[in-house]
Design a protein around this ligand. Structure first.
Ligand code: ATR
Length: 279
């Protein structure tokens, strides 16, 4: 077999991995673009991640996505890291180089901002402060994206204050706000982002009063199941513009696909409905 007609391989590593939408997403693009390639779910126990990262390039893999619980623990296993992965403290996209070494990237910040830019093109990041709810891995990616986009101030509200402080120590810029003051913190906001799991199917609702939020502020949720979360519904009802979280998932996948399969994929309405569907 010549190098040219070799089937290109990539996948997503998680533990568990069955919930991941990435095989469906990349599978759609492979099919649409007529690429001889495959994207597979790989259930890998945390203890085995190091061995797997070493073995995959030997098996012909061009790279992998990483999901829970591997994004942070993969950091020291990479031979090199991009700036976003270093700042966010997590790797979600791995590219295996010709010599078998691993380059770690984080495309979540790109995915978050690209989703906002495409869905709300006239929203101006520099126009005012952002309020970010939550201080997990997703919040770190959102904060890096907002800082890079020129958001002038970030108020970070998290139930556990020490976690917010840890994030701020790693990524200087945001100011911590008490969780109980989250509704008051909205007074001058130009953007509200939920990065907590609240509002996701099976989780408690996000309890927040939007009365103080300016009408021109944009509201977005990284939760995409359901697509219209309680927060987005509430924001729409009072006339705020909203952006749902599915676009972040789709856009964060673009750089990886391009690196592994050497084609630029498109994010379309058809892709959105395909990824949401079960058939
Ligand atoms: P991820 O890495 O995907 O962002 P995570 O690290 O589990 O996920 O973070 C989940 C976020 O949801 C955290 O900000 C968490 O708040 P704590 O740091 O206080 O745990 C937030 N969260 C989860 N359940 C919550 C609840 N019942 N009320 C408020 N915040 C909650």
């Amino acid at each position: 077999m010549t190098r040219k007609d070799k089937v290109r391989l990539a996948g997503v590593i998680g533990w568990p991995v069955s919930h991941s939408r990435s095989p469906r997403l990349h599978g759609y693009w492979l099919n649409r673009l007529g690429i001889a390639g495959s994207f597979v779910p790989l259930a890998v126990h945390p203890d085995d991640l190091r061995d797997v990262i070493k073995a995959l390039p030997k098996m012909g893999f061009a790279g992998v996505n990483l999901t829970v619980p591997h994004k942070e623990t993969a950091l020291p296993l990479m031979d090199r890291l991009d700036d976003a992965a270093r700042r966010i403290g997590a790797v979600n996209t791995v590219v295996f180089e010709k010599d078998g070494s691993a380059s770690g990237y984080n495309t979540d910040a790109f995915g978050f901002m690209e989703n906002l830019r495409r869905s709300a093109p006239d929203w101006n990041p520099a126009a005012g402060p952002a309020v970010v709810l939550g201080a997990g891995g997703a919040a770190r990616a959102v904060i890096v994206a907002l800082l890079d986009a020129g958001v002038p101030a970030i108020l970070l509200a998290n139930r556990t204050v020490s976690r917010a402080e840890t994030v701020i120590a790693a990524i200087p810029g945001p100011v911590s706000v008490a969780w109980r003051d989250r509704s008051q913190a909205l007074a001058d906001a130009n953007l509200l982002v939920n990065t907590t799991i609240l509002g996701q199917t099976g989780q408690p609702p996000l309890d927040i009063d939007l009365a103080k939020l300016p009408k021109q502020a944009l509201v977005t949720d990284i939760v995409y199941a359901p697509l219209e979360t309680g927060l987005l519904h509430q924001a729409k009802l009072r006339g705020n513009r909203t952006v749902d979280g599915l676009g972040m998932l789709l856009w964060q996948a673009v750089p990886g696909f391009e690196a592994w399969f050497k084609h630029k994929p498109e994010v379309t309405a058809d892709l959105r409905s395909y990824v949401l569907g079960d058939s």
